[in-house]
Write a protein that binds this ligand. Structure first.
Ligand code: ZN
Length: 371
């Protein structure tokens, strides 16, 4: 295993952060890229990465890594150091207020223009050329702030991978995934190995989160070169939501790491017989059918249902109780679906979104991701 250090742009004299990437196997074959805790206060991924590292070290020693696997065990040194009033603030950069998992740069046109003269009827060759030009464009892009240099570093490590796993978590939740719709055929095996209760599908959900920046180049190029050059969906990129923020336990993390190894084995990046693929415990649903549950009034929030329960439209999921008047507001599910995530705060301000139910019907439009 090789360890590479990547220096981020120094935001002030005497200060420079670095990112570490662990490199297993060899280049030239299929490539997987896995990063943990891009939202730096979402810790389950960091513990899964710790177990992945132990397992990958052992597999490397046994000569079983046949592809290239890059593990970034902590993807956000900026967010990891942000504290205010004793609270860890790892989701938004303090300087700009920008979400660390949005606004990944779009190099689709630049790479397409550079690649076009070399494209032809051989899809595999087209993939190679497009990957090479994409990596060039990503690496050459300007990054004049520390945050942009972090985004560029992460994209440069991942943009030519066949498989990209971005390890996150929700507040209190069951295992679930986000991926772009064209990735679902390849994502299904991952969902089964990981035991995902739901996979939320969208195409260009808005504001370019990391996984979509990795996967959407391919379906956009496929559209652009339609009828001229074949371009397959050559990257499966998935945001893996490892349950809730407090689910940071060795038992869960070790099992999740093993499930990721089993998937990589199934995909041929690790040699040996893959563990049998478990039956699905969930399904894929439109992200546009994932309904936020909103507190219309402020008050003490108490949930009546647990994350993971199947609910019906009209079921009361939570109460919001005004401490002054004693008024109790009922928060109801607007749809039949899977109540898969809820907040961990227990005071709701007016208008706050406190939970999510995944329905089967696409009812929303516009930008589909929350802040
Ligand atoms: Zn996250």
């Amino acid at each position: 295993m090789q360890i590479q250090k990547h220096l981020l742009l120094s935001p002030a004299p005497g200060t420079q952060r670095e990112l570490l990437s662990l490199h297993y196997g060899q280049t030239g074959g299929p490539k997987a890229y896995i990063q943990a805790s891009l939202h730096a206060d979402e810790l389950p991924g960091m513990l899964v990465a710790h177990h992945l590292r132990l397992k990958l070290n052992a597999l490397q020693a046994a000569g079983r890594i046949s592809g290239e696997i890059i593990l970034v065990p902590m993807a956000n040194p900026i967010g990891l150091s942000q504290y205010a009033l004793h609270m860890h603030m790892g989701r938004f950069e303090a300087t700009t207020g920008e979400n660390f998992n949005r606004h990944y740069p779009d190099q689709i046109d630049t790479a397409a223009l550079a690649a076009e003269p070399e494209l032809g009827s051989d899809a595999a060759r087209n993939v190679q050329v497009l990957r090479r030009e994409l990596k060039k464009a990503v690496t050459a892009a300007e990054a004049d702030t520390e945050l942009k240099s972090l985004r560029r570093t992460l994209m440069a490590l991942s943009c030519d991978a066949d498989i990209v796993l971005d390890l996150h978590c929700d507040a209190q939740a069951v295992m679930h995934l986000y991926t772009e719709t064209p990735c679902w055929p390849e994502c299904e095996a991952l969902a089964r190995y990981l035991g995902a209760r739901v996979t939320l599908l969208a195409q260009d959900s808005g504001d370019s989160p990391f996984d979509e920046a990795c996967s959407q180049v391919w379906w956009k190029w496929a559209k652009r070169f339609e009828d001229r050059f074949p371009v397959p969906q050559a990257c499966l990129a998935v945001t893996v939501e490892l349950r809730g923020a407090a689910d940071v336990e060795h038992g869960l993390a070790e099992a999740d790491a093993q499930n990721i190894i089993n998937f990589l084995c199934h995909r041929g990046l690790i040699s040996g017989a893959a563990a049998p693929m478990p039956a699905a415990v969930g399904d894929a649903r439109p992200l546009a059918g994932c309904m936020p549950i909103k507190a219309e009034t402020a008050g003490v929030l108490t949930f009546l249902r647990q994350a993971g329960e199947t609910v019906k439209a009209g079921d009361v999921l939570a109460h919001v109780i005004c401490p002054l008047s004693g008024a109790v507001a009922e928060l109801k599910s607007p749809v039949d679906g899977l109540f898969f995530a809820r907040d961990f705060v227990r005071f709701a301000s007016a208008g706050m979104k406190v939970a999510k139910v995944a329905g089967r019907e696409a009812l929303r439009s516009g930008k589909l991701l929350g802040a």
